[in-house]
Design a protein around this ligand. Sequence first.
Ligand SMILES: Cc1cc2nc3c(=O)[nH]c(=O)nc-3n(C[C@H](O)[C@H](O)[C@H](O)COP(=O)(O)OP(=O)(O)OC[C@H]3O[C@@H](n4cnc5c(N)ncnc54)[C@H](O)[C@@H]3O)c2cc1C
Length: 231
Amino acid sequence: MCDKINLNAMGGHIVKILEARFITHDVKRFKVEKPEGYDFIPGQATVISLNLPDWKDEIRPFSFTNLREAKYLEFMIKIYDDHNGVTKMLGKANADDELIIHDVFGAIHYDKPGVFIAAGSGITPLISIFRDLYNQNKLRGNRLIYVNKTMDDVIMGEELFKMLKKDFVNVLTRQNVIGYREKRIDRNYLIEHIIDFSQYFYVCGPDDFVKEITTILLDLGAKPKSLIFEI
Ligand SMILES: Cc1cc2nc3c(=O)[nH]c(=O)nc-3n(C[C@H](O)[C@H](O)[C@H](O)COP(=O)(O)OP(=O)(O)OC[C@H]3O[C@@H](n4cnc5c(N)ncnc54)[C@H](O)[C@@H]3O)c2cc1C
């Protein structure tokens, strides 16, 4: 999920950060101005850079998490503080600082009810999809399997639980917390937890995770046309 995209030649919209705050130990939520006429489909992303002389050509992809109708744009961004990249700079950015956002793109979109399987910050495009479906009272019939290392890494856990209730399966791989499953999402897990492999699957997370899960799902009978993912 971390391809660098060289779009220096592309035009962009300069937008002000309206609000910025950490929502987990390493994920920061940004509300930013929405340019006139700017629109996206829930699940899509854009590329962003900081409007600073040395950084404005360093663009990175991030997914929208807000409702399409909102008057602002929202992003939830995992900050990698251990190297001097764009997210480290975003970790220092605050209200009134400026970003440059570009065109929208992305393969993740909602088609039919199914199972969403996400890891870590791979949840972000799904937040926009779930918020949209919840708002339209169409979320029923969808299930989320969300995998993180520990409870502290879960992004928007309360809201996801409020929206999905028993259909939110919170999987923690490195922490034993009562009420949560400590397990790896592997072939056995999917066989144990999914009865119908002919339904739709949406997979989102780090490249290795997406490759591994989609390969297993196809092997277990999922149809390529019912498998929606982005690498
Ligand atoms: C379509 C799409 C949508 C995305 N949406 C989101 C989103 O909504 N929220 C989100 O948080 N992320 C999202 N990502 C991922 C995000 O784009 C990357 O995390 C971001 O580009 C990292 O930028 P960076 O400059 O900080 O790191 P880069 O310098 O570009 O490094 C890339 C990756 O290297 C790894 N790395 C870790 N430590 C080091 C180190 N010491 N040196 C070098 N590399 C290291 C990290 O895994 C990092 O992601 C999305 C990616 C794609 C493709």
